[in-house]
Design a protein around this ligand. Structure first.
Ligand code: HEC
Ligand SMILES: [Cu+2]
Length: 423
């Protein structure tokens, strides 16, 4: 008796606490966070969300029906006192054929309800639909421990090969984008929660996915397959631009790295097409202090922050310091791992840095691209990304732990000024 009473009290405690904390749990789920799969912004993610919701509805109905029957049976046949307890079990029967057949049919019906949209979705998300294929834009994404390289095979640069960028993927909005998925080392997984579900990047296997952004926007991406030490901070960004701005961005990216010349000297001009974006998206307030400082808009309105990053501000630059930085970048062997097209770098083991100053993030989307953060990164990359290949591949001798590249504070300042000037 005692035990029964205790058990029932525990049951009410449990149900009560669930009722009180339930809404808190829901609120805690934050359904529109930067990596939410509920706040979808493109047709592929939307179709995946639909399948998820169909499954939720069907299983909710099952839960409610089964729960109600269980609750009813529990209440009806509850043994209220030991006097109630039958001396012998009731005679056992085989069951009720009608109930059994109905239950089996209901289950099959539920499975079909879920299977139909699931199959349709698998076909739909596998590749760009036939009628839109001619309009699709192609990009190749390659996973490295622990960052992403993006190649634009439709944008060849004479004498170089396809246009290459790192960690920030710029795509045209409102247009299907087909992404080839590759890896140079272990298995990674490419995931932009608001645009499309994850697909693995597997060694020796040519996977692909497609996605489309309904509108221009700034989206968060993430490697979704455990790939070693810094997997959790192997991130990236996707920036979707209107067609015209995207075309202008391509023109600007294809140019070799920017050369900063002292005021009055003849600075190389960007061609007409690349100026479109400068004219359309002027810097909010050019007079607001140090142009190299963080863009305050970065978090509030990330796409605006990204646009501001595209525009050089020669007035705030120190050409002599930048020239020194360029020299140091070469002398301190940074060039062995990084390419700066048109300047000295040729390395391919690290991200391409030709226009690194125009990115909103560094270190694979894990640090905001400000002079301060870039200085922190160059001073000690391992502080932010344990095991990263910049630190382990050249900064230190893995055998002895001794530093191989020594930079003074002043040298780092020059290098940062140089890299930030590469818009
Ligand atoms: C041994 C190869 C190697 C050397 C040498 C090297 N780097 Fe790197 N660098 C990398 C790798 C790999 C990454 C990507 C790390 C990550 O995000 O996991 C990286 C990332 C960076 C980034 C961030 C880029 C981005 O878009 O995320 C900057 C900036 C950078 N390196 C600057 C430098 C400078 C300056 C030097 C010279 C002082 C240098 N690197 C030397 C391999 C190297
Ligand atoms: Cu990974």
């Amino acid at each position: 008796m005692r035990l029964l009473a205790l058990r029932s009290r525990l049951k009410w405690c449990f149900l009560g606490s669930l009722a009180i904390t339930g809404p808190l749990w829901l609120a805690g789920c934050w359904l529109n966070g930067p990596q939410s799969t509920f706040d979808v912004k493109g047709p592929v993610a939307r179709s995946q969300l639909n399948v998820f919701m169909v499954t939720v509805y069907v299983t909710t109905v099952i839960f409610v029906v089964v729960g109600a029957v269980l609750a009813y049976a529990t209440w009806k046949f509850y043994c209220r006192s030991s006097a109630d307890q039958p001396a012998e079990p009731r005679p056992q029967g085989h069951g009720n054929p009608l109930v059994e057949i109905s239950l089996v049919s209901a289950s099959v019906f539920c499975l079909i309800l879920i299977a139909l949209p699931t199959l349709k979705n698998i076909w739909y998300t596998y590749d760009v639909p036939e009628d839109q294929r001619a309009n699709a834009y192609e990009i190749t994404a390659t996973g490295y421990q622990w960052w992403f390289k993006f190649e634009y095979p439709q944008e060849p640069i004479t004498g170089v090969g396809p246009l290459v960028t790192g960690n920030e993927l710029i795509i045209p909005a409102g247009r299907p984008v087909r992404i080839n998925l590759r890896t140079v080392d272990v298995i990674h997984s490419f995931w932009v929660p608001k645009l499309a579900g994850k697909v693995d990047m597997i060694p020796n296997r040519a996977n692909h996915l497609w996605l489309e952004a309904d509108e221009p926007g700034y989206f968060y991406g993430q490697c979704a397959e455990f790939c070693g030490d810094s997997h959790a901070i192997m991130r990236f960004r996707v920036i979707a631009l209107p067609a015209q701005e995207f075309a202008a961005w391509i023109v600007g990216q294809k140019l070799p790295a920017r050369v900063v010349t002292p005021a009055g000297a003849d600075a190389p001009q960007k061609p007409e097409a690349a100026q479109v974006r400068l004219a359309n998206y002027p810097l909010a307030d050019a007079s607001s202090g140090d142009a190299l400082s963080a863009s305050p808009a970065f978090d509030a309105e990330p796409l605006t922050g990204w646009r501001e990053k595209q525009i050089p501000s020669p007035a705030a630059e120190d050409p002599a310091l930048i020239a020194e930085g360029r020299h140091l970048f070469q002398q301190k062997t940074c060039i062995a791992c990084h390419t700066i097209r048109g300047h000295e770098g040729v390395g391919v083991t690290g991200p391409e840095l030709t226009h690194v100053g125009s990115r909103t993030t560094i270190a694979a989307g894990s640090l905001e691209n400000t002079p301060r953060r870039m200085r922190d990164w160059i001073t000690n990359p391992n502080r932010f990304k344990p095991g990263n290949k910049m630190y382990n591949g050249g900064y230190t001798d893995p055998a002895t732990g001794q530093r191989l590249i020594n930079l003074t504070d002043g040298e780092i300042t020059a290098i940062v000024a140089y890299l930030q000037s590469l818009k």
